[in-house]
Design a protein around this ligand. Structure first.
Ligand code: AMP
Ligand code: MG
Length: 482
């Protein structure tokens, strides 16, 4: 759409606002005092058909701070519930506003959401705001995940607000523009199933299927089919996380997207030394969301999803439960199969035999014992390089290499190259870049960002195999909701 002067303007659609009013609260972002554009993702803007914004910095910071609402937009905060660390609660967008939906040049629909945009009816005791630090962190890690080839929400912009945010410390405030296939969560279904009518649940299911899985609309039991497809997609997502060592940190049901994108970057971080028990989040005392527990939690969350769909899976509750159980019982074996396939790819094993499962398990067990860096070991194998890690002096590891590199296998190095990133957002790099950025120096951030944009590309060896600060991760902690 364009103005009579020929300038293009932002014109969003609002299909979510046409759903039953109990699904959301109409709410405008709370204006901020001094919006200033800190980051703008030009290449994403182009993909979304928003290239014209590149030329209009003032317009961007007005729109993407929430100070100006695009014509025709019906801003709203979405209602949802969720199981947080296993406990069911009412939540909702407490610090985010859905501006509307942008249709990209391929006809695909994306939510444009402002995060950190002020209080809403769901804010409870929160201030509705976000710190510059945490919004830059989400921008960096979500974009890095995208470039790693992992489904994720994207980050279009960060605008600083000119206002302070009070947490344990005083921070500068900022707003992130988040782009998502949608913001429908497992928690959205839990909310509608628990607090709205059965008809509302039918409407949400129909909307979700139309938006994300239109091929299911003609099926005999669309709700059951939705459960199946979301389970498959979640398995793919978690396997992909595990490939690069990603730990979400707070996989509550409200943080699990039905479109199966990685969503709600809070205390997430990537693992250095291989250990299934790795946890960085300061509040995850019992390791519920530890690296290796993510498949179990995904299954737990899918059970909550199934539970919320029961009323529309079948009239008879027992029948509905049996049908849902029958779907969920396949989780473990599908996960196991896909996880091994991913690990075989990392090892360049193109045609695995059953015995090769031991090869994977033996390597991981050696890596755990020797506290070897997960990313670097696969690269070292690929490049026939020795790392400065006890693993590389172990007899057992030499035997392992002989088995792996036997004529029966002949590792496929191209496959390895595609499966093993050279660059991941390592915790110490991320922290260094963010520390400088919040002080106003964006150079380290931009340098890191550009490296992370090509994780499988050709990077100098010194950089890829740069020494990782010893013990850095032992005390490294990440925080929610900053
Ligand atoms: P999260 O940990 O980001 O998934 O958020 C969990 C819930 O807390 C969601 O309902 C958020 O909207 C809400 N929330 C987090 N931080 C704030 C805040 N500063 N003000 C209001 N609500 C918040
Ligand atoms: Mg959340």
């Amino acid at each position: 759409m364009s103005t009579n002067k020929g300038e293009k303007i932002l014109q969003l659609e609002n299909t979510y606002a046409k759903l039953p009013a109990v699904f959301y609260s109409l709410q405008k972002p709370v204006p901020v005092s001094k919006p200033n554009l800190v980051l703008f993702n030009k290449s994403l803007a182009k993909d979304l058909g928003l290239e014209f914004l590149n030329q209009q910095r003032d317009l961007i910071s007005n729109y993407l701070s929430g100070n100006e609402i695009p014509d025709g937009s019906k801003p709203l905060a979405q209602a949802y519930a969720g199981h947080q660390f296993g406990h069911f609660t009412m939540l909702g967008d407490g610090r985010a506003i859905l501006l509307g939906e942008q249709i990209d040049p391929n006809g695909k629909r994306f939510d444009i959401q402002l995060k950190g945009s002020g209080q809403t009816p769901y804010s409870r005791r929160g201030d509705g705001r976000a710190s510059l630090y945490s919004m830059l962190r989400e921008y960096l890690i979500s974009e890095s995940m995208h470039h790693l080839g992992i489904p994720t929400t994207r980050s279009l912009a960060v605008v600083s607000t000119g206002e302070k945010v009070f947490r344990e410390q005083v921070h500068n405030g900022a707003i992130l523009t988040r782009i998502a296939a949608s913001h429908i969560r497992v928690g959205t279904f839990e909310y509608v199933s628990n607090f709205c009518t059965k008809e509302d649940l039918q409407i949400l299911t129909k909307y979700t299927i139309k938006r994300h899985y239109p091929e299911l609309s003609d099926k005999e039991n669309p709700a059951l089919e939705l459960l199946k497809v979301v389970m498959q997609k979640q398995i793919d997502l978690i396997v992909n996380w595990m490939r690069v060592g990603f730990i979400h940190g707070v996989m509550n049901t409200d943080n699990m997207s039905i479109a199966s994108e990685t969503i709600d970057y809070g205390p997430c971080a990537l693992m250095n030394s291989y250990n299934l028990n790795t946890v960085f989040s300061s509040i995850d005392t019992y390791g519920r969301y530890a690296y290796g527990n993510q498949p179990n939690i995904a299954q737990w969350n899918l059970t909550a999803f199934a539970n919320s769909l029961l009323p529309i899976i079948a009239e008879n509750q027992n029948e509905a439960i049996e049908l849902a159980k029958d779907v969920l019982k396949d989780f473990q074996h599908i996960f196991k199969e896909k996880w091994y396939k991913m690990m075989f790819d990392k090892l360049g094993i193109f045609r695995p035999t059953e015995k090769d499962e031991d090869l994977v398990n033996d390597l991981l067990s050696l890596m755990k014992t020797n506290k070897s860096d997960y990313t670097q070991v696969f690269l070292a194998l690929q490049h026939n390089k020795k790392l400065d890690n006890p693993l590389f002096n172990k007899q057992e590891f030499n035997h392992w290499i002989q088995k792996w590199n036997s004529p029966h296998h002949a590792p496929d190095f191209e496959l390895m190259k595609r499966s093993n990133p050279k660059i991941i957002p390592r915790n110490h790099w991320v922290e260094d870049a963010l520390e400088a950025a919040v002080e106003g120096n964006m150079i380290p951030f931009n340098q890191l960002f550009s490296k992370l944009s090509e994780p499988y590309g050709n990077h100098p060896d010194e950089f890829v195999f740069e020494e990782i600060p010893k013990e850095f991760d032992v005390n490294y902690q990440t925080f929610c909701g900053t």
